[in-house]
Design a protein. Structure first.
Length: 475
């Protein structure tokens, strides 16, 4: 096969280039350059000839390369160990957001379940010097004050969630103008809960006042049904009943907090005492199951869901516990919300329940930063996950409920009750001074160890001492 024109041009080009280089050299060097040129041309011809002999194009393989893999970015709190204390009740959503935070940040959270109440089980451990990194606790001003927040808690002022708190709920968790508490759950609407199947089987109208409740109890008891299930071994359930009874009093006395903290009002007001007495009136009227003081919250919840009674002495804040323990289908099928108060049907809004977070000072900057990041997550990026799992209304307007139709009927009914009936803000969380352990006082009333007026006097005494200790003017 003859050489192709392209090949000849290449050889000629190489020869001319080399000759040109030699032109400027002296004669001694010319011969050497010419010889070199001839040799180069010959070598080039030989190489081209060998290539053409294959009659195929020449390809040069790309050099092998090793793929470079980007390293996984380090998680912001990889391996940081955090202690979290929270109440020991089932709560759909809390575990989900805690797990979500760990996956996102690499932090390792050890959860300690604390039995209620805080005054019985958290505060003694706190007083002994124990400190978790994350503390789920109610947002009562009086409870937070006992923790000496200025010395022992990190402020959460300025965190993103604070811009999204609705004005009506903004006072909760604030001490001396500093916000320490990051709320999570929707505000409680206080009333009671009822078993729709049991009430339907009884064929009775639901009560809306104490007198109607006592009549309901008598008729239900005659029919062989426990009218009201209560777990008073957990002490707070008697408080739920008493707080339902006080709602109409709070509506009628919107300035009660200011008057109490200025010494112008007293818990011995006869109208207030009547509403303390209501719990004992219900017991004396055989409203509760036998041996109720020996039954705890979890047992009472199970009895209620197993159709053993018509009404459960728990408010809307117990619905997440029901969802966690029994699932949304069972709650939708069986549970209804019952607005009720002493003389007029009314409810109160309680914006400081136990599903909120305090961040204790631990002296460890990395752990404190991780704990604050946890607050940011559960009230921000992780909050929709909480709403999805908890099936409750959103506390923050910037995070709407993912699926409003998925909210259980008692949740929607409870929230609607705040608009349909007279409503007031709850008393306890707004008071800086403590009026003592009302859970214990009411438990003593329940078993006959104290009268209603004795409880009112004890509340006045504890309140005055607390205000004096806190330096409130006038005490």
């Amino acid at each position: 096969m003859g050489r192709k024109p392209t090949t000849r041009l290449i050889i000629l080009g190489v020869a001319l280039a080399l000759v040109a280089l030699a032109c400027g050299e002296d004669e001694a060097e010319v011969a050497t350059t010419a010889a070199t040129t001839q040799a180069t041309v010959a070598a080039t011809e030989a190489t081209v000839a060998a290539t053409e002999a294959t009659d195929a194009p020449t390809t040069t393989a790309a050099p092998e390369t090793t793929a470079m893999t980007e390293p996984e970015p380090a998680l912001p709190f990889e391996g940081v160990e955090l202690q979290l204390w929270r109440p020991n009740w089932d709560q759909a959503g809390i575990d989900a957001i805690t797990e979500g935070f760990q996956e996102l940040t690499g932090a390792v959270i050890e959860v300690t379940m604390i039995p209620p109440t805080a005054s019985d089980n958290v505060l003694p451990r706190w007083a002994a010097g124990e400190r978790p990194d994350i503390l789920y606790l109610e947002g009562f001003s009086s409870v937070i004050a006992t923790l000496n927040p200025a010395e022992n808690l990190l402020s959460v002022d300025g965190m993103d969630f604070t811009a999204n708190i609705t004005p009506a709920l903004s006072p909760f968790g604030v001490i001396d103008g500093v916000r320490y508490w990051a709320p999570l759950t929707a505000p409680t609407v206080n009333g009671l809960l009822y078993n729709k199947k049991v009430v339907a089987d009884l064929g009775l109208e639901l009560p809306g006042t104490l007198d109607e409740m006592l009549s309901f109890c008598a008729t239900a008891r005659d029919a062989g049904t426990t009218p009201v299930i209560i777990g008073e071994a957990s002490t707070f359930m008697g408080w739920v009943v008493q707080q339902a009874m006080i709602a109409d009093y709070l509506v009628a006395n919107p300035d009660l907090v200011d008057r109490l903290q200025s010494g112008q009002a007293s818990f011995t007001d006869p109208e207030f005492v009547k509403r303390l007495q209501a719990l004992r009136d219900m017991k004396d009227s055989d409203c509760f199951q036998e041996n109720a003081e020996a039954i705890d919250f979890s047992t009472s919840m199970t009895s209620f869901m197993e159709d053993e009674g018509a009404i459960w002495a728990c408010a809307s804040f117990c619905i997440p516990d029901l969802l966690g323990a029994f699932g949304p289908e069972a709650v939708e099928e069986k549970v209804g919300f019952l607005p009720i108060s002493y003389a007029e049907t009314a409810v109160w809004l309680y914006g400081a329940d136990h599903w909120g977070v305090l961040v204790p000072k631990t002296g460890d900057p990395e752990r404190e930063a991780a704990a604050r990041a946890y607050v940011d997550y559960i009230t921000g990026e992780g909050y929709p996950l909480y709403l999805e799992k908890s099936l409750e209304p959103s506390r923050y307007p910037n995070h709407p409920v993912p699926d409003p139709d998925a909210l259980p009927t008692p949740v929607k009914t409870g929230q609607a009750a705040a608009s349909e009936y007279p409503a007031a803000a709850a008393l306890d969380p707004r008071l800086l001074c403590s009026f003592g352990d009302l859970f214990t006082f009411l438990s003593e009333l329940f078993v006959g160890q104290k009268t209603a007026i004795e409880i009112a006097e004890a509340m006045d005494s504890a309140f005055a001492q607390s205000c004096a200790d806190l330096g409130v003017p006038g005490f």
